[in-house]
Design a protein. Structure first.
Length: 124
């Protein structure tokens, strides 16, 4: 792999981990999507960082649940959808473009459908 690409993926992955950690304590910042993106970056650029992330006793469960069981916790789904629609609607009302509003709503609907299509992790 190109060394510059490897460094770029490591930096993006690390930023996503930091945002994911913030998402644990900030209610409107979703944890799981950032950790999944970090995982995707690390798996392509650094096996060592990927192992550290997935073996972490707090953050690893988010990634392993999605990777192994193809599911997300209900809380993660709710936060993801709330943040998605809050930011999209803020953008729609801030910029008075009907075309932009239509595009953002279509993107929001597609992302929402994807999130809702993922199985929900049940606490058993």
């Amino acid at each position: 792999m190109n060394p510059a690409l490897k460094i770029t993926l490591n930096v993006i992955g690390t930023l996503c981990v930091l945002l994911g950690i913030l998402g644990v304590v900030l209610p409107l910042l979703p944890t799981t999507p950032f950790l999944l993106l970090a995982s995707a970056c690390y798996v392509r650029s650094s096996e060592k960082l990927y192992e550290r992330l997935t073996s972490n006793k707090y953050l690893g469960t988010y990634i392993l649940n999605f990777r192994d069981r193809q599911c997300l916790p209900l809380r993660a789904k709710i936060y993801t959808l709330l943040l998605l629609w809050a930011s999209l609607l803020l953008s729609v009302f801030r910029f008075e473009s009907q075309l932009l509003a239509l595009v953002l709503i279509l993107i929001g609907a597609a992302v929402s459908a994807f999130v809702l299509s993922i199985k929900t992790l049940r606490d058993d």
